[in-house]
Write a protein that binds this ligand. Structure first.
Ligand code: MLT
Length: 312
């Protein structure tokens, strides 16, 4: 299984299609980022980069698949902040996020927005907080499982209010958003790459963004800090990984193709419309992602431990 590639094969890489595992459902925010980037990387690498959605358990099933794949660059992972938070959230993971992967590079930073079904009674964040506190047994909060960004944001929201809610887990926020639009669940905190279109189209009600500053594509939405919930701060980031043992020549080629993708006009335009932007070129490298992941694991560990949320 861990045959990998010899130096000659690494030089020729890639000679066949590459599978990019997205550890959440199709049509959701991680999938959206992955498909935009994969399209451009396919052109640069001269081989198709095919997105495969392997959802479940907050992204950890898809990540485990790639951790155990052959280290030949033909199975890679595009994951988000959950690669860092799952290291603390899960008591037992079948992989180590730091040592079982060969980082390729960071992709993008994505704000989140707190949204509710369009007929939800609260008109602004203060009213939302008051309503949730008064009706904790009635309000349902969707997420994409323990380890998802939506789970993390929901956890911070419930912690800030001191109010536990009934959570409804999905394999991704693509299907969670469908149920929110259909008013089957009440609330969701999700990445702008999934919420912007629904907010602008009036399909959901929006209350705040979770970043330090407002999001240019949603200029009327206050930040959580402005609107009175400064503890709910999450900036989601995405990275690409290969299995540990993948030759540097291969991760280097993937990183170079990623850098080209992040300069692609279509990618930049779509990212902008979706409230995000590509990372600077010097962050789209193996070292930058490896260092950032290690720092993020340490940054989130005490916050998650304080919240006392764990999964097996
Ligand atoms: C997804 O792609 O479905 C999301 O990234 C889920 C999440 O992390 O909330």
């Amino acid at each position: 299984l861990l045959a990998g590639l010899g130096p000659a094969a690494a030089q020729d890489y890639p000679t066949r299609p590459i599978t990019m595992v997205v550890p959440f459902s199709a049509g959701g925010p991680t999938d959206t980022v992955a498909r935009l980037v994969a399209q451009s990387m396919s052109r640069t690498l001269g081989q198709q980069v095919l997105v495969e959605n392997v959802g479940g358990a907050g992204g950890t099933i898809g990540a485990a698949r790639v951790a155990k794949a052959s280290p030949d660059g033909y199975t890679i992972l595009l994951h988000h902040i959950g690669q860092a938070t799952s290291a603390t959230l899960y008591r037992r993971l079948p992989y180590n996020a730091l040592t079982d992967f060969a980082p390729v590079g960071l992709v993008t930073d994505v704000p989140m927005a707190i949204v509710a079904r369009k007929d939800f009674p609260a008109r602004d964040l203060a009213e939302l907080v008051a309503y949730v506190k008064a009706n904790p047994d009635k309000v349902t909060l969707a997420n994409a499982g323990v380890g998802a960004a939506s789970h993390l944001c929901g956890m911070l929201f419930m912690q800030a209010l001191g109010t536990p809610l009934t959570t409804v887990p999905y394999k991704g926020t693509g299907p969670a958003m469908n149920d929110l639009v259909g008013s089957q669940v009440d609330m969701l905190c999700d990445q702008t790459t999934n919420t912007t279109g629904q907010i602008k189209g009036g399909a959901v009600k929006a209350y705040a963004v979770t970043t330090a500053t407002r999001v240019p594509s949603l200029p009327d939405l206050p930040t959580t800090r402005e609107a009175g919930l400064p503890g709910v701060q999450v900036a989601v980031w995405h990275g690409i990984y290969a299995p540990k043992g993948t030759p540097d020549a291969v991760t280097g080629k993937l990183s170079d193709a990623l850098k080209v993708a992040l300069k692609d006009d279509l990618v930049k335009q779509r990212f902008g419309e979706l409230g995000t932007e590509p990372v600077a070129e010097d962050r789209a490298t193996p070292k930058a992602l490896g260092d950032f992941l290690a720092a993020e694991i340490e940054r989130w560990r005490p916050l998650i431990t304080a919240a006392g949320v764990y999964a097996d």
